[in-house]
Design a protein around this ligand. Structure first.
Ligand SMILES: *Cc1c(COP(=O)(O)O)cnc(C)c1O
Length: 357
């Protein structure tokens, strides 16, 4: 099956083989070595210094990392501005509500670009806001939110930035400027690992180990101090760690995030050219979308369910739109071990489905 959903991804042969590594207790030195190696490699993805930054490993999907980041890095007495232009921005607001984190949501239409003037206005109106939370690649629509202007704005207003980079870490540019306090990501999207482990890249001076945590399981200060000392507070998914180490080695061999981005762009371009010939139109202009995923309007007269099932019968899994968009769009992610030939076969499958409908 060729997975074209935004994670979990189609695994490479090497990553799949790594999943069958030896049984190992997470309290043994072999696991400590594995974890330390992964934490180092995750920082190296963006050339981050381990003196200033820490990669904190959590068992869980990307949402665990986002929740851990918001619950741990907004101090008591702080206030969060959540920027919503899709499902994942809205999820950050839900996390703030659930953990009783004082917050103000900046509600935008799904798919809309973030206007920094709106953010600036929100920061001026409420001087208590200490942190801004934003999704880098809003997977709902494929929009790549522009972080450069936002980093600059946060710098001028002396507020910290928290980033959900779950569907961009390893495949898009991320400039870890001084205002960034944390960045949440996962093993099984652009890094091509298996699902089950996520991580937060944290600016070390933003952790407050002495503050009362909002969560037992997701307190990043606890994880960081134990992981810095070769431990971990709770059981880790050992086999998923093996797979992630293998995925990171392959990632480095293939040339890092720039090469991965280029690879995705090549695949996405091949797909878009083919779709254009079939009359299938993209939701957003190319320059506003990530390299990772693109949303397209459903062909006229074809429901998502029918399209999905017909493609699945031909070994391809595409992805539905969410909420209101479910009736109008479908999404295709090019992350994972996808070959040019897979895209060509997908286009043939589309052609066959369209000629029948
Ligand atoms: C996938 C994703 C998440 C996490 O979703 P899970 O279902 O927990 O894996 C969070 N944010 C974004 C932008 C995502 O694409």
């Amino acid at each position: 099956m060729i997975l074209l959903n935004p994670g979990p991804v189609k695994l490479s042969t090497g990553v799949r083989a790594a999943l069958t590594g030896p049984d190992l207790c997470h309290r043994e030195p072999e696991f400590a070595e594995l974890q330390t190696d992964i934490r180092r490699r995750l920082l190296e993805v963006y050339d981050l210094s381990p003196d200033c930054w820490a990669a904190i490993m959590l068992a869980g999907s990307g949402t665990a990392a986002v929740e851990g980041m918001l619950a741990s890095l907004v101090p008591r007495g702080g206030k969060l501005l959540t920027i919503e232009n899709g499902v994942y921005g809205e999820r950050m607001t839900r996390i703030a509500v659930t953990h009783d984190i004082p917050h103000h949501p900046l509600r935008l239409t799904w798919g809309a670009a973030i206007n920094v003037n709106d953010v600036a206005r929100a920061l001026k109106i409420d001087p208590n806001i200490s942190h801004v939370a934003v999704v880098h690649h809003e997977t709902t629509t494929g929009r790549l939110n522009d972080l450069i202007a936002l980093v600059d704005l946060c710098h001028r207003h002396r507020v910290r930035l928290l980033i959900d980079a779950v569907s961009s870490y390893g495949a898009e540019a991320l400039n870890f400027a001084g205002v960034i306090a944390g960045c949440a990501a996962t093993a099984n999207k652009c890094l091509h690992g298996a699902p089950g482990v996520s991580f937060v890249i944290v600016r070390r001076d933003q952790l407050s180990p002495n503050a009362a945590p909002r969560s037992v399981y997701l307190d990043l200060a606890t994880y960081c101090s134990e992981q810095d000392h070769s431990g971990t507070p709770f059981t880790q998914p050992v086999q998923i760690f093996y797979a992630l180490r293998r995925a990171l080695i392959e990632f480095e061999e293939q040339g890092g995030w720039r090469a991965r981005r280029q690879r995705y762009l090549t695949l996405a371009q091949r797909l878009s050219t083919g779709f254009e010939e079939l009359g299938i139109q993209a939701l957003l202009p190319r320059r506003e979308t990530s390299a990772v995923l693109r949303a397209y309007y459903l062909p006229k007269g074809l429901s998502y369910a029918d399209l999905h099932d017909a493609l699945k019968a031909r070994n391809f899994v595409i992805y539905a739109g969410q909420g209101e968009l479910a009736r109008n769009i479908f999404r295709v992610a090019v992350m994972g071990a996808i070959e040019d030939a897979d895209i060509d076969r997908l286009l043939c499958a589309f052609q066959a489905v369209l000629s029948k409908s």
